[in-house]
Design a protein around this ligand. Structure first.
Ligand SMILES: [Zn+2]
Length: 418
């Protein structure tokens, strides 16, 4: 994997563009690579920020024309566990280079079963989306929508590309934007670092398309990237302030609930024969917002059993390392006792019902690694480790953080202001 760096090194605004996490999306790779092509790319002196471009995030997948990497892993579902060397490398680079804004570029298939049943095909040249995990804080999430997402959509629209917020239809009949899960780059990188990470999806032309071509998708993706780069260059202080506010939160929401909108969603679609674009009022419950739930106060540190190597390794890939540090006194250690648990049929989900009770406990410090909560680590530690976290590591059987009724949860919280 090669990252190309360009732009004025004196600028404090840094934009990272990632493409090709999915190996079968060549147009995304091509559009992003062309931004820094010698001769035809954006000349360095025209940039108002530093730019890092990783146009081929999954080289093995690109060669094999597969969505997954050589190990069969979908890299854009690996940003929580970081099992793949490719995602580990991306996170490592992000922590080192500290971008102000990240774009994650893909292409999307416009023909979906659920929509074809209604005789509809997606018409958008571009879908964009922003982070939505509730731990980022409602204020920051709302600001990202108003000040970052909406202006980018408007500018791409004004340039002649039909641009909208990424919109999905669940089998249960709900219409929503991307998921609040932390497995993709959009949320995974944002939850880790507080850096706004924008998903960019260009339309993958189909054989039946009349008006969309590969050239149009390439141009739309290039336009979306250039618009975001220019926007970032003008909003450096705002980007820094949003990241700081997000990282300064002392209370973190570990889950959320979709809030249905009062109005149904109306958006443009092609008819299934790709003849005309028309506005369609969609049947189904439109739920554009996630209301934060399950808020916890961050402790001073988390204590993780040294015996759980899989968990220690996963934290290490995120750059979260145990530290030996003296605890200010008085320190209080609490554990969660699991009173009641009902597992969901789908194993990768948080349990359907979970009743936990926090209580003070004694502990043997030599059996645990301590992970201090800092502005840079607290939110992710809580999201990964707390048992009530909807998208935490406890849902992953390989990590071995199990919920068992009548037992204590293995991770402890250390608090010093009790
Ligand atoms: Zn993709």
């Amino acid at each position: 994997m090669t990252v190309t760096l360009t732009g004025p090194s004196t600028s404090e605004v840094r934009v990272l563009i990632i493409a090709g996490q999915h190996g079968d999306e060549p147009l995304a790779r091509q559009a992003v690579a062309s931004l820094v092509e010698p001769g035809s790319g954006i000349p360095a002196h025209r940039l108002n920020c530093q730019l890092a471009v990783l146009s081929d995030a999954n080289p093995d997948g690109a060669q094999a024309k597969t969505r997954e990497n050589a190990w069969g892993l979908d890299l854009n579902r690996d940003h929580q566990q970081l099992r793949a060397p490719e995602t580990q490398a991306i996170h490592h680079f992000v922590r080192r280079w500290q971008p102000s804004l990240i774009l994650d570029v893909h292409t999307y298939p416009p023909r979906r079963k659920r929509l074809l049943a209604e005789n509809l095909v997606y018409a958008h040249d571009l879908f964009l989306d922003i982070p939505s995990h509730p731990s980022l804080g409602l204020r920051s999430l709302n600001q990202l929508e108003k000040k970052l997402l909406n202006p980018l959509l408007r500018r791409n629209d004004a340039a002649g590309y039909l641009a909208g917020r990424y919109t999905l239809f669940t089998p249960g009949g709900r219409i929503r934007h991307s998921t609040p899960d932390v497995v993709d780059a959009r949320n995974g990188l944002a939850v880790r670092t507080g850096v706004p990470t924008v998903l960019v999806e260009g339309r993958q032309p189909t054989r039946r398309d009349r008006h969309h071509s590969r050239g149009r998708t390439l141009a739309a993706l290039r336009r979306a990237c250039r618009t975001a780069i220019a926007w970032a260059g003008r909003h450096g202080p705002w980007l820094a302030q949003v990241q700081q506010a997000t990282n300064g939160l002392h209370h973190v929401a570990l889950g959320g609930r979709y809030l249905d909108a009062a109005e149904p969603l109306v958006m443009p679609f092609l008819d299934a024969r790709h003849r005309t674009v028309r506005e369609v009022q969609l049947p189904g419950r439109y739920a554009p917002k996630v209301v934060p739930q399950r808020c916890v106060k961050l402790p001073t540190a988390y204590a993780v059993p040294r015996s759980n190597q899989a968990l220690v390794d996963t934290l290490a890939w995120h750059g979260l390392l145990p530290r030996t540090f003296a605890l200010p006194q008085p320190a209080c250690c609490t554990t969660y006792h699991i009173d009641h648990v009902v597992h969901s049929e789908r194993s990768r989900r948080a349990p359907r019902e979970l009743t936990i009770r926090s209580r003070a406990t004694g502990w043997e410090p030599e059996l645990y690694w301590r992970y201090p909560v800092t502005a840079d680590s607290g939110r992710l530690l809580a999201v990964l480790l707390e048992p009530a976290s909807k998208y935490g590591l406890a849902r992953d059987e390989q990590i071995g953080l199990r919920w068992q009724a009548g037992q204590d949860y293995p991770v402890l919280r250390i608090e010093t202001d009790a």
